[in-house]
Design a protein around this ligand. Structure first.
Ligand code: PEP
Length: 254
C-alpha cells in the first residue's frame, strides 16, 4: 500500500508565491516513489495550478460544498472540482469544524458529495486538548468517524483516506507522541464499521506539526500511512523532505 502525503496550504500565499511553490514541488517530484503526493492550495488557484501538475503531484481542495449545484452564493461543488482536474477533497478539517461551524452532519453531506462526484475524500478527525486531558479522545474521534462514514458504502471506501489530526498538535510544534495508539483504534473502528480487509487497506494519515525532523519517526509507526502537512508544506524543501521520509519509511518496512 502506498503512503499519501498531502500539503495543506490553508489561507496562505498570493498568486505569484503559490505558482512558484507549486513549480518547486513539481520539479522535486520527478518519480513515483512509495508515496502519492497531493497539494491543497487556496481554492482560487486550483484551476490555474492544474497545468503545473505532473503525474506525481495531484491537486486537492481544502473543502467543498455540502450540497449540489444551485443558488448557493460563494459555494463550489465537488463536481466542479472534479471538472477542473482536482483529485481529492479535505473534509472536516478541524479549522472548518471549529471556525466555520462545520457539524458532523455537514461533514457527512460533504463526504457524499465528494464520493458521488468520483473524487477521493481525505476525512479529517481529531480531539482538542480538553477532550484529550479528560480522556475522551477516543470517544470523540471514533464518533466523528461513525458520523462521517454513516452514508459511505464498502465500495466507496477505496476512495476514503482518514487523517487523524489532534487539534492541540496543529501548528503548535507539539506532535502526538503516541499517535500509533489512535491510528490503531481508528483501524479497529473501521473493521467494526466495515470489515477487516477495508480497515487494512484504508490509508490513515497523521497531521499535526509534522516536519522533516520528525517525519520519519511518525511514518515508521505501523498504522501511519503518510501525513497531512500544514506549515511545513509552505516551503518546497521541507515538503519534499517529508515526502522523502515517507518513501524511506515504506522502504524500511519492506
Ligand atoms: C493541518 O492543519 O492540517 C496541519 C497538520 O497543520 P501543521 O502541520 O501546521 O500542524
Amino acid at each position: 500500500m502506498r503512503n499519501i502525503v498531502t500539503g495543506n496550504w490553508k489561507c496562505n500565499k498570493l498568486w505569484d508565491e503559490a505558482d512558484k511553490l507549486m513549480v518547486e514541488v513539481v520539479e522535486g517530484m520527478q518519480s513515483a516513489g512509495h508515496t502519492e503526493v497531493m497539494v491543497a492550495p487556496p481554492s482560487p488557484y486550483l484551476a490555474a495550478l492544474r497545468p503545473r501538475c505532473n503525474e506525481f503531484v495531484a491537486l486537492s481542495s481544502q473543502q467543498c460544498s455540502a450540497s449540489g449545484e444551485g443558488a448557493h452564493t460563494g459555494e463550489y461543488t465537488a463536481s466542479m472540482l472534479k471538472s477542473i482536474g482536482v483529485k481529492s477533497v479535505l473534509i472536516g478539517h478541524s479549522e472548518r469544524r471549529e471556525s466555520f461551524g462545520e457539524t458532523n452532519a455537514a461533514v457527512a453531506a460533504k463526504m457524499k458529495q465528494t464520493l458521488d462526484a468520483g473524487l477521493m475524500a481525505i476525512l479529517c478527525c481529531g480531539e482538542n486538548l480538553d477532550e484529550r486531558d479528560a480522556g475522551r479522545h477516543f470517544e470523540k474521534v471514533l464518533a466523528q468517524l461513525s458520523h462521517a462514514l454513516s452514508d459511505v458504502s464498502s465500495e466507496e471506501m477505496d476512495r476514503v483516506v482518514v487523517a487523524y489530526e489532534p487539534i492541540w498538535a496543529i501548528g503548535t510544534g507539539r506532535t502526538a507522541s503516541a499517535e500509533q495508539e489512535m491510528h490503531a483504534a481508528i483501524r479497529q473502528h473501521l473493521t467494526a464499521l466495515f470489515n477487516q480487509s477495508i480497515a487494512d487497506s484504508t490509508r490513515i494519515l497523521y497531521g499535526g506539526s509534522c516536519k522533516p525532523s520528525n517525519a520519519l519517526e511518525i511514518f515508521m509507526q505501523p498504522d501511519v500511512n503518510g501525513g497531512l502537512i500544514g506549515g511545513a508544506a509552505l516551503n518546497a524543501t521541507d515538503f519534499l523532505a517529508i515526502v522523502k521520509a515517507s518513501n524511506e519509511a515504506i522502504s524500511k518496512a519492506q
